[in-house]
Design a binder for this molecule. Structure first.
Ligand code: 3PG
Length: 405
């Protein structure tokens, strides 16, 4: 994909698609986290420093949900982190927004409103179709270029993500570029051995990723924790007891046991915990995986030791989701220990989601040259599952068109 080094925008008006979709407190309506906002500062600063007028566009939430709000608070946070004025324009493509864009000065920054206020944006269609959308036709004549920095939304084939690259000179922003090059390590045979640590609660997503990793022989080992570990344990024939089966049933994942069993039978390099930390009668115990009597809340210390020995020799470590119920301090230790081990080793560490970083008490302590914390949720999952991301494809199409011209 073309980057800001390939397409050098200077003294132009540039439309920049960012993803500052953030968690919102349902009571106060306030943003709970600004990490995605901070992530885009580098791209915006660079474009401003090169004399461009920067118009930012993002979505927030989905219609009908409580986090479907305007971007005014986002603009204030962006202004704080950029340390320069960001003008919030409460419109996306109407006369007001277009007038503001026409009259803006080079070197200044505007944030348009939630692009999903435009109904067209919610349609998933091809880049060609979206290139003809009202959104693209109304906004593109006002710009000389388009930058897509919204990796976290790149799995959506929506107008603001795929329509502009076909009609404007286009490039990926720095967040997009960093995500794609960091995650490419997953597919590079030279960066090996590769260890995938899969935990958390999204069992179907994790299973899909594991199936793909196995099919494409991408992982040397897949270490499981969280609910996916329980699923594999049951698939292997371990009796985890009635209560833990009920947890799996409630999560709606019992139907996935046969898929997990098929993977195990095919010789997939999936590791299952040998012991668990369980809660029983308000007490916490460690129990071997074949003699579980309490409710599973985390993996046990022997498992952490075994997993750590795999992690020590890895060249690439992908960590997706915690091993236990980390919301509860008593079940945080194994995820923290594994993460620490991964960060102390020489390999490259890719971390999915801010949850894991919070285990260390923030991003301040990590060495950015060997750790990549992805901004992506669904996009990261699909990328790791080897699926094509429409927004990247559109940038690719734009680069090919530019080469032809
Ligand atoms: C995300 O939070 O994963 C992205 O911002 C995409 O949001 P969406 O799932 O509502 O398209």
């Amino acid at each position: 994909i073309p980057t800001l080094d390939d397409v050098n925008f200077t003294n132009s008006k540039v439309l920049v698609r960012i993803d500052i979709n953030s968690p919102v407190d349902s009571k106060s309506g306030k943003l709970l986290d600004d990490s995605r906002i901070r992530a885009h500062v580098e791209t915006v600063k660079e474009l401003v420093e090169k004399g461009n007028g920067v118009v930012l566009v993002s979505h927030q939430g989905r219609p009908g949900d409580s986090d479907f709000i305007d971007l005014e608070e986002h603009s204030r946070l962006l202004q704080k982190h950029l340390d320069m004025e960001v003008e919030f324009v409460g419109d996306v493509m109407g006369p007001y927004a277009r007038e503001k864009i026409k009259n803006m000065k080079l070197g200044s920054v505007i944030l348009l409103d939630n692009v999903r206020f435009v109904s067209e944006e919610l349609i998933e269609a091809s880049p060609l179709q979206h290139a003809k959308s009202y959104l693209v036709r109304r906004l593109s004549p006002l710009f000389q270029g388009y930058v897509n920095d919204a990796f976290a939304a790149s799995h959506r084939s929506q107008a603001s993500l795929v329509g502009f690259p076909l009609v404007l000179k286009s490039s990926a922003g720095r967040v997009m570029e960093r995500e794609v090059s960091a995650l490419a390590k997953v597919f590079n045979p030279e960066d090996s051995p590769k260890i995938f640590i899969m935990g958390g609660g999204k069992v179907l997503d994790s299973l899909r990723i594991i199936e793909n990793l196995v099919k494409r022989r991408l992982a040397d080992r897949i270490l499981t924790g969280g609910l996916i570990a329980e699923l594999f344990a049951v698939a292997k024939g371990l009796d985890l007891g009635k209560e833990n089966l009920q947890v799996l049933e409630k999560a709606g994942v019992l139907g996935l046991i046969s898929r997990a069993r098929k993977l195990l039978l095919s010789g997939a390099p999936v590791e299952i915990p040998v012991d668990f930390k369980v809660e029983k009668g308000g007490q916490v115990h460690e129990e071997p995986a074949n003699k579980v009597t309490g409710i599973i809340k985390d993996v046990g210390s022997t498992t952490v030791n075994i997993y750590s020995s795999f992690v020590r020799d890895a060249k690439v470590i992908v960590m997706r989701g915690p091993m236990g119920v980390i919301e509860d301090e008593r079940f945080r230790e194994s995820s923290r220990a594994l993460l620490k081990n991964a960060l102390e080793n020489q390999g490259y560490v890719i971390i999915g989601g801010g949850h894991m970083i919070s285990l260390l008490g923030g991003e301040g302590q990590i060495d950015k040259s060997k750790v990549h914390v992805s901004t992506g949720g669904g996009a990261l999952l699909l990328f790791l599952a080897g699926e094509k991301l429409p927004a990247l494809e559109a940038l690719d199409m734009s680069a090919k068109e530019a080469m032809k011209a």
